[in-house]
Design a protein around this ligand. Structure first.
Ligand code: SF4
Length: 63
């Protein structure tokens, strides 16, 4: 599974980073970014949780 952020809609709340720091981090511009190409097996549930929690619905997971 791959994770992406549509940064144009990110409101910099930091939730995705708090929930799944293996996959998401805050970039220099204050927006979240996916820091791995492939979500590690052990972080898939967290990545899904981050997607569900994002208030701007800009976390994208592709299978
Ligand atoms: S949860 Fe959504 S809005 Fe908040 S930092 Fe992550 S991508 Fe941005």
């Amino acid at each position: 599974m791959q994770a992406f952020i549509d940064k144009t809609g990110c409101i910099s709340c930091g939730l995705c980073v708090s929930i799944c720091p293996v996959v998401f981090a805050m970039d220099d511009d204050g927006k979240a970014v996916a820091i791995v190409n492939e979500v590690p097996q052990g972080s898939i549930d967290e990545a899904k949780e981050a997607k569900d929690a994002c208030p701007a619905s800009v976390v994208i997971l592709e299978y």
